[in-house]
Design a protein around this ligand. Structure first.
Ligand SMILES: NC(=O)c1ccc[n+]([C@@H]2O[C@H](COP(=O)([O-])OP(=O)(O)OC[C@H]3O[C@@H](n4cnc5c(N)ncnc54)[C@H](OP(=O)(O)O)[C@@H]3O)[C@@H](O)[C@H]2O)c1
Length: 187
C-alpha cells in the first residue's frame, strides 16, 4: 500500500450488487441525490480520484478535479487532455501517485468493476458501499468480478480485510443507505 495516502472506494449498488446496466450505463434507479451529494463532497476532499476510462468518458471532469484515468493505452503515468492517464501494467500505484498527487492525502476510487478488482488486490483503507433497496439490474455489471448471487459485495469486502461501521440511512423513504467498511487493525 502507498504510504502517505488513504485509499477510499465509493460505489452505489442494487440489491443484486450491480453498479451499471448491461450497456455499461448507471441506471436511473441507482442515481440518488443524497448519495451523489455525499460522493461529490468526498471527491472535493480528495487529493486525487482514480477511475476507469469508460466512467471518465461518461462523466467528464467538469469541476477540473485532479483525476487519474486507468487505460491500457497509457504508457505508464502521463498527462493528456487535463487528466492523468495510468496503465498499472507499466507503472506502480506508488509511481502514479508520486507524480499525480505528490503531497499525499485521500485517494477516491469510484470504479468501475476492473478498477475495484485492482484495488481489492492493492488494498482499500475504506470502502463506502451505498445500497438502494428494492432495485435489481438483471445482466448488469457487478461491483466486483468476485461478487455473484452466492457471494455478496459485503462478503468480498470482508474477505479482503475490511470490516463494517454502523450503517447510515441517507434517505429512508427511498431505501438508500451507506456503510463504510474500514481496514481491520492488524493483530
Ligand atoms: N454505481 C456505481 O457506484 C458505479 C461505479 C463505477 C462506475 N459506474 C458506472 O459504470 C459504467 C462504467 O463502468 P465499467 O466497469 O464498465 O468501466 P470503467 O471501469 O469505468 O472503465 C473500464 C476501462 O478502464 C480501463 N481499465 C480499468 N481497469 C484497468 C486496468 N486494471 N488496467 C488498465 N486499464 C484499465 C480500461 O480502459 P481501456 O479500454 O482504455 O484499456 C477499461 O476498458 C459507467 O457508466 C459508470 O458511471 C457506476
Amino acid at each position: 500500500m502507498a504510504s502517505g495516502y488513504a485509499i477510499h472506494g465509493h460505489a452505489i449498488v442494487s440489491d443484486d450488487d450491480k453498479i451499471a446496466d448491461a450497456g455499461g450505463h448507471t441506471p436511473r434507479s441507482l442515481r440518488h441525490p443524497a448519495d451523489w451529494k455525499r460522493f461529490q463532497a468526498a471527491m472535493d476532499g480528495a487529493a486525487v480520484t482514480i477511475l476507469g476510462r469508460l466512467g471518465h468518458m461518461a462523466h467528464p471532469n467538469a469541476h477540473g478535479r485532479n483525476r487519474i484515468v486507468l487505460s491500457s493505452s497509457a504508457s505508464g503515468i502521463e498527462r493528456r487532455d487535463g487528466v492523468w492517464w495510468w496503465n498499472p501494467a507499466r507503472a506502480s500505484l506508488e509511481a502514479a501517485l508520486a507524480v499525480a498527487a505528490p503531497s499525499g492525502g485521500i485517494v477516491v476510487v469510484p470504479g468501475g468493476r476492473r478498477v475495484f478488482d485492482l484495488f481489492l488486490q492493492l488494498g482499500f483503507d475504506e470502502f463506502h458501499l451505498a445500497r438502494v433497496r428494492g432495485v435489481t439490474v438483471p445482466d448488469g455489471i457487478p461491483i466486483f468480478s468476485e461478487s455473484s448471487s452466492h457471494r455478496s459485495a459485503e462478503t468480498v469486502l470482508a474477505a479482503h480485510g475490511l470490516e463494517p461501521q454502523p450503517t447510515e440511512m441517507l434517505d429512508a423513504e427511498a431505501g438508500v443507505s451507506v456503510t463504510v467498511w474500514r481496514r481491520r487493525a492488524p493483530g
